[in-house]
Write a protein of this length. Sequence first.
Length: 173
Amino acid sequence: MRSSRRFAIILSSFVAFIASLFIIFFISTRPPKESNVISNFSTHRAAYEQVRTMLSEDKDVDLVATWGIETEGSPISTIPPDGGMPVKRYQDYLALLKEIGASAVAKGRDQPEVRFLVWRSGFAADTRHVAVSWLEQEPPNKVVSLDAFYQTAKPRRPSYVHIDGKWYIWADW
């Protein structure tokens, strides 16, 4: 009798643990709501502008992220002091990215765009992203809202939702 009770406790604990993992996974794979992205942008707009200015000053830097930096022509990310940027400058970027809630900022070479990665989920070719972007020119592939974007048929074309001025939400998957 005692062993069956112990088995039942262990089994129910295991089932509760698996259910908790499933719930956590399901919640973490849901993209942020458009209103939350816009609210966060409005709250931290000065930090977004500061990082955008810093990245435009750092001419050879293409990407700054929690996992390192990429410079023009570099095939892989490096973490300062391994070239490309002074450690203090990298730490300044990371502090601002943390304040914003972004894990990376990148600039485009072909078109003037600065993109702040605020959410991603998935693996390999099935990764989804949401970013806040600054664009020099209005993009052709705008949608009314993120909800409208999420309702389009897959595969979806990366699209933009206008926030304010030259600022947009960018989403893909």
